[in-house]
Design a protein around this ligand. Structure first.
Ligand SMILES: Cc1cc2nc3c(=O)[nH]c(=O)nc-3n(C[C@H](O)[C@H](O)[C@H](O)COP(=O)(O)O)c2cc1C
Length: 327
């Protein structure tokens, strides 16, 4: 375990923020499977939060069982960032996290996310303003730099520490890498070596052995996993079992299919009608990855024109194909 000030993160494995996926329902499901010491909300726009707070409430909302929870904000206006941080603190977030890594054009164009990696004076103003606005622990999530010629993660770490930031997660790709190539764990190790605050390593943990290797090669205090969990919700639990020397839980096809069905039913019951079918297709697509006959299953899920048809397809798969493959 490790701590971000007084927030105990035990086990030291964090569910990464993944916009469009890691909402409260998903986070609750991952917590329920075990092994996860901290969850982080999807990124929340501070322009949106301060102008139309109700419109962001689906992003900031969480349940007690998710604790400890970090809520992540992004933006480029230090006053709005500070106001949003205070709002997030008032909502009861255990940690306030500032996004300094999002590579998406719309976010970068407005000056936020990974743009802050190439505008350290602005980043400093934002972090100081946010620090002044809250008492809660403050963390940042960064990429290694803007591009391969301007890797500055250690400089960003030092600035963050000077501004009173108490924890830092680093994804070892640059903004310009987007998701190509590999997360450079050497930079993660350099940041850890120079840090006074706890460091969370991130990028390309897709199996328990990757988790062990990241701890060993970088010396980080904790690790953060994103994409791997989307299609294998048990991954965090499996990593923790592996790291603590226990047998790694093997998940049967039937168990995976049942999890998918239960989760999709929850998504259906809690999503607004105008987005529910799209959401079911996206989540169903991820959760069925690797199922026998999943290409056909996904094509049928995607062709569904109504939620009733979507669930008929999944139920049919569960009753016939999944059972047969498991036999
Ligand atoms: C679809 C998608 C959405 C993401 N949304 C966020 C986000 O809201 N905030 C953030 O800090 N990182 C976001 N990330 C980055 C992840 O948190 C993580 O840093 C990245 O995926 C690398 O970790 P992984 O290899 O374990 O997936 C997102 C990544 C993806 C693929």
């Amino acid at each position: 375990m490790f701590k971000i000030r007084d927030v105990v993160i035990d086990p030291p494995i964090v569910l990464a923020p993944v916009a469009g996926h890691t909402d409260s329902l998903f986070r609750q499901a991952i917590k329920g499977l075990g092994g996860c010491g901290l969850v982080v909300s999807e990124l929340v726009s501070t322009e949106g939060m301060t102008r139309h707070p109700a419109a962001s409430s689906h992003l900031t909302h969480f349940q007690e069982i998710e604790r400890p929870i970090s809520i992540q904000i992004f933006g480029s206006d230090s006053a709005r960032m500070a106001d949003s941080a205070a709002m997030v603190e008032a909502m009861g977030a255990d940690i306030v996290d500032v996004n300094v890594g999002c590579p998406v054009k719309k976010v970068v164009k407005q000056g936020g996310g990974s743009n802050l990696l190439r505008d350290l004076p602005l980043l400093g103003r934002i972090l100081r303003a946010v620090r002044m606005a809250i008492k809660a622990p403050l963390s940042v999530k960064i990429r290694s730099g803007w591009d391969r010629n301007s890797i500055n993660a250690v400089e960003v770490l030092k600035l963050a520490e000077d501004c009173g930031v108490e924890g830092l997660a680093i994804h070892g790709r640059t903004r310009c890498d987007l998701f190509s190539g590999q997360s450079d764990w050497k930079i993660v190790a350099q940041v850890k070596e120079q840090a006074k605050i706890p460091i969370i390593g991130n990028g390309d943990v897709f199996a328990p052995a990757d988790a062990e290797r990241m701890f060993r090669e970088t010396g980080v205090d904790g690790i953060m996993i994103g994409r791997g969990v989307l299609s294998n919700p048990w991954l965090i639990r499996q990593c923790w079992d592996y790291l603590s020397g226990k047998a790694v839980k093997q998940v049967s096809l039937i168990e995976r299919a049942e999890f998918m069905m239960n989760f999709l039913e929850k998504v259906q019951s809690q999503s607004p009608p105008h987005i529910v079918l799209g959401k079911l297709k996206k989540i169903g697509g991820y959760l069925s990855k690797g199922f026998p006959g999943s290409t056909h299953l996904r094509a049928r899920m995607h062709a569904s024109r109504a939620t009733s048809e979507f669930f008929e397809v999944v139920r049919e798969y569960l009753a016939h194909d999944a059972q047969q493959s498991a036999d």
